[in-house]
Design a protein around this ligand. Structure first.
Ligand code: PMP
Length: 421
């Protein structure tokens, strides 16, 4: 995995293909005012803003290229089908999968994880079997597995993390038994920012013949993700967190595994032949794409990925790391402030609490200053439980954020603490 490669090395090499002014001009919403003040959007972990190139394309598709994919021989349907399959190829190249057939379009990361939990669970999980997740998972990578365990009377086991927010790999190795059927772990934590050593986690599971699902919802947008290098069996992400539209996401799965799994939804397009005697499944990837997919979303997602590629993905990572360092240093200088998640390798996410001030109070004051941050449990209640807190404030940074915006956040949090002093 090249995500967050040594930043020292990057510094001398990587340059964004546009200036920050040009980049910000691509994202219309960034010039908006809220409460009469310039918007400082630091909630990118929840969803990212969309560049003009994506917005315009969606508009254009509905105006000039709207017809159902794979359903007709007419001109428009042909155009859309071609664009849709070309979007699949863009995703394949973006994550370096071996084959286009290994890319399934879904509604998002949550839908992708549920699909695997259902299909894989149907086929391979029995009473008394075990599934491993980590303590830092988003609910999307906990609950589908709990539901599966409930259906099959299987057991969920949990890899703990340290006070810094680093996964305890020794504990992980100790959790694996001959009943372990799958490991599901996040690439990067949406609360702590930790980038997990997924390649090592996968290699260890594979030594025991166990497949691994990697949740890439918080890694795909922050650098170069290479599923062939990680060697994971499944990888999932959402379009809306990587500058694409919402309602579209990706499930990558190794061809052999996907071929072995039963479909999780029945309907149009996923079948080869339907009769009341016997129905047979279509080939990959269509076997897992029942019904009319979000084809407009898939095509626009590809445009978002192209945007990042043209900008320079390693340069994006480098810029975000530098903004993260600035935010971490600025916030750390505030008296009584605690940062949750201090792992050596992080994506640009900072979770913190300023003393005893409740996160919602702080969040509301920051909002009045035009600063958008997320407050609460971030759909990761076990992380809150681990620290014995009810929530945090989370600033999640994108390449289009500026040094001035980071300073505005620090100044805003200082103002909050002064108000409560
Ligand atoms: N996993 C992680 C790590 C996330 O941060 C999120 C979204 N916050 C998800 C999964 C779920 O993504 P979505 O809601 O787009 O399906």
């Amino acid at each position: 995995m090249r995500l967050m490669r040594n930043t020292m090395q990057l510094k001398s090499q990587m340059k964004l293909s546009k200036t920050i002014e040009e980049i910000r001009a691509d994202f219309p919403i960034l010039s908006m005012k809220v409460h009469g003040l310039p918007l400082v959007y630091l909630d990118n972990g929840a969803t990212t803003q969309k560049p003009e190139q994506v917005i315009r394309l969606m508009d254009e598709l509905y105006r000039t290229a709207n017809a159902n994919v794979h359903r007709g021989v007419h001109f428009l349907s042909d155009i859309v089908s071609e664009k849709y399959e070309s979007a699949r190829e863009t995703v394949r190249a973006f994550i370096n999968a071996q084959k286009k057939e290994e890319i399934i379009f879904t509604a998002g990361a949550t839908a992708s994880i549920n699909a695997v939990a259902f299909s894989f669970g149907e086929k391979y999980v029995r009473e008394g079997d075990e599934i491993i997740v980590s303590e830092m998972e988003h609910h999307a990578n906990i609950v589908p597995w709990q539901m599966l365990c409930g259906r099959k009377k299987a057991n969920l086991k949990v890899i703990p993390f340290t006070d810094e927010g680093v996964l305890d790999l020794e504990a992980y190795r100790g959790l694996i038994t001959d009943r372990t059927r799958i490991v599901a772990v996040t690439h990067a934590s949406n609360v702590l920012g930790t980038v997990n050593p997924v390649k090592e986690i996968v290699a260890h599971a594979h030594r025991h013949g166990i497949p691994v699902l990697v949740d890439g919802a918080q890694s795909i947008q922050h650098g170069v993700v290479d599923v062939s290098d990680i060697d994971c069996d499944f990888f999932v992400f959402s379009g809306h967190k990587v500058y694409g539209p919402n309602g579209i996401g990706v499930l990558y799965g190794k061809e052999k595994l996907l071929n072995d799994l039963p479909p999780y939804q029945g309907g149009g397009d996923m079948v080869a032949n339907v009769s009341f005697r016997k129905t047979t499944w279509n080939e990959l990837p269509f076997k897992f794409e029942a019904g009319t997919t979000n084809f407009t979303g898939a095509i626009a997602l590809a445009a978002a990925l192209d945007y990042l590629t043209a900008l320079g993905r390693e340069a994006v990572a480098e810029r975000e790391q530098s903004l993260l360092e600035r935010a971490t240093a600025g916030l750390s200088s505030l008296r009584g402030l605690r940062i949750y998640g201090t792992a050596p390798r992080k994506v640009s996410v900072v979770s913190f609490l300023p003393g005893d001030i409740h996160q919602y109070d702080a969040g509301m004051i920051l909002d009045k200053l035009g600063i958008a941050v997320r407050t609460g449990t971030h759909c990761a209640q076990p992380v809150m439980e681990r620290f014995g807190i009810s929530g945090t404030i989370r600033a999640s940074i994108a390449f289009y954020n500026t040094e001035e915006e980071i300073d505005a956040l620090v100044k805003g949090v200082r103002k909050v603490t002064e108000m409560f002093d």
